[in-house]
Design a protein around this ligand. Structure first.
Ligand code: XMP
Length: 515
């Protein structure tokens, strides 16, 4: 934390375990104010040291009336810093102030209309009535002394409270979610008007901050980073290189399951352009050998994961003593694996297990960022556009897009078909609008006719989805003429294909990848 320049005004979000507390910190950063998330029980001395310009208390799954409910020390409210409580945070402020909190007659989940009833700095430029988003069972029944009600829900429940003398504000709705139409305005009012912060922070400032942090963490230790071709590991590697230069070596294991030209692009960008020390391991053959005769999806993932670790280890060992491993872990990876105060949803299935098997300390400079913030940082660092905007690609690569056994021949067919599909998607201006778009090769063949000849060849399936976070996804409604061009070109240009089909399933109940 000490790595952040002294003059940056910061807002601390205290996390009470809401599934998306980090989203609050992210929205604050969108308002161009530096923000970070800390556990709710961060000692008050530490908070004092950080000199926050504002504190936000997040939502959380508990009731403030539960025994053992997460609390803040009352001293936090004596720091003289403006406080905004959101949902659980509002109830906590009320409870600590001696107000009454209890079950509502009517629990409010989802869209609820917000009625601003009193003029308030928090609601400046917010209409008297607007859509908001709520998710609560408890509500404030009796405001604490010194507080006044400034907004109610359409059902009459208290939606906002304030004690302007002490600069304590609380809202029952969630300003951080997009469904609250004026949520960003409420946050801006809190930050600019109430906390009196000048908005100067940009994602690019993260570079300076993280570079300083990395230097502090690694000293003169030796670091390695595994590049995957994706934007996350590329940005993590470049930040580290900027911090410690040649103490970093990147290892790029080319398992032969990459998309067309991907290996070459990584090599050109890192070795050619940035001059980052890079070991490019051509491991295509050993992966293909390992995958021989394997057609079960989980078996494939297991073999690839293990082979990856083995290859990576062999290369790392040749570098002598290595102390740190850089990983491009994002906030969305952290939340999927569960943070300390949030419930675990599922373990992230990344290529890896590296840190468990190898004796490295982790450097994770992107842990607090969302994907689009990482892209801004990548652009700022000068990463080529093709890498910054590359759609996500799974660690096991094309192997999990070939149903059945992975062979050199099938890889060739899929890689060519995928390149055609991506080319057309790009030309039509859809590449950035889609979360992912790719070709799948089901390991079956069907009959066709080409010229006057019977063919017996593979079909290709087009998979294109829209999504915000890959947790849910919808199949993309691509225009018919685009689909037609993709189909014609694949069948004409890729030997071994005589049919193209379109996947029209969303997630759930399907998944994005076929395996
Ligand atoms: P599914 O298929 O589960 O995929 O809907 C969700 C997202 O995760 C990507 N994915 C992976 N990424 N290692 C990765 O790094 C993997 O093993 C892996 N499997 C799936 C997938 O491309 C999609 O974006």
């Amino acid at each position: 934390m000490s790595a952040i320049p002294e003059n940056v005004q910061r807002v601390i979000v205290l996390d009470f375990g809401a599934q998306y507390s980090q989203l609050i910190a992210r929205r604050v950063r969108e308002c161009r104010v530096y923000s970070e998330l800390l556990p709710y029980d961060t000692p008050v001395e530490k908070l004092r040291e950080l000199e926050p310009a504002g504190i936000i208390l997040s939502g959380g799954p508990r009731s403030v009336n539960d025994s053992g409910a997460p609390m803040i020390s009352p001293e936090v409210l004596e720091l003289g810093v403006p406080v905004l409580g959101i949902c659980y945070g509002l109830q906590l402020l009320s409870k600590l102030g001696g107000g009454g909190v209890g079950r509502t007659a009517k629990a409010e989940y989802g869209g609820v209309r917000l009625h601003v009833t009193e003029s308030s700095a928090l609601f400046s430029d917010v209409p008297r009535e607007s859509p908001s988003w709520m998710s609560h069972g408890d509500t404030v029944l009796e405001p604490a002394s010194g507080y006044r009600v400034t907004a109610r829900t359409e059902h009459g429940a208290i939606a906002a409270l304030e004690n302007p003398q002490r600069r304590f504000y609380g809202v029952q709705f969630h300003p951080e979610v997009r469904h609250t139409e004026y949520g960003m305005q409420v946050l801006k009012n809190f930050l600019y008007e109430i906390c009196d912060i000048v908005p100067t922070w940009t994602p690019a400032n993260i570079i300076e901050e993280q570079v300083a942090r990395i230097r502090e963490q690694v000293g003169d230790g030796k670091i390695i980073c595994g590049l995957s071709g994706g934007v996350d590991s590329a940005v993590a590697a470049l930040l580290t290189y900027k911090a410690v230069g040649d103490q970093l070596t990147c290892i790029f294991v080319d398992h032969g399951l990459m998309r067309k030209d991907e290996g070459r692009e990584v090599e050109e960008a890192f070795r050619g352009h940035f001059h980052v020390p890079l070991v490019h391991v051509q491991a295509q053959e050993r992966f293909l050998r390992r995958l021989q005769g394997v057609s079960d999806p989980e078996e494939k993932r297991k073999h690839i994961g293990e082979e990856f670790i083995r290859t990576f280890e062999e290369e790392a060992r040749q570098l002598g003593q290595v102390d740190f491993l850089v990983q491009g872990t994002l906030y969305s990876d952290v939340i999927e694996s569960g943070t300390r105060d949030a419930a675990k949803i599922k373990s992230h299935h990344n290529v890896g297990g590296l840190p468990e098997l190898m004796d490295f300390d982790l450097v994770e400079p992107l842990r607090m960022l969302f994907k689009d913030e990482v892209r801004v940082v990548g652009e700022e660092l000068g990463l080529p556009e093709a890498m910054v905007w590359r759609q996500p690609f799974p660690g096991p690569g094309l192997a999990i897009r070939i149903i059945g056994e992975v062979t050199e021949e099938r890889l060739r067919v899929l890689r060519e078909a995928d390149a055609v599909l991506l080319d057309e998607v790009r030309r039509a201006g859809f590449y950035r609008k889609l979360w992912q778009s790719f070709a799948v090769l089901p390991g079956i063949r069907s009959v066709g006719v080409m010229g006057d000849e019977r063919t017996y060849a593979y079909p290709i399936v087009i998979r294109a989805v829209t999504s915000d976070d890959a947790m849910t996804a919808d199949w993309a409604r691509l225009p018919y003429d685009l689909l037609e061009r993709i189909s014609n070109r694949i069948i004409n240009e890729v030997p071994g294909v005589n049919r193209v089909a379109l996947d029209i399933s969303s997630k759930p109940p399907s998944t994005i990848e076929w395996e």
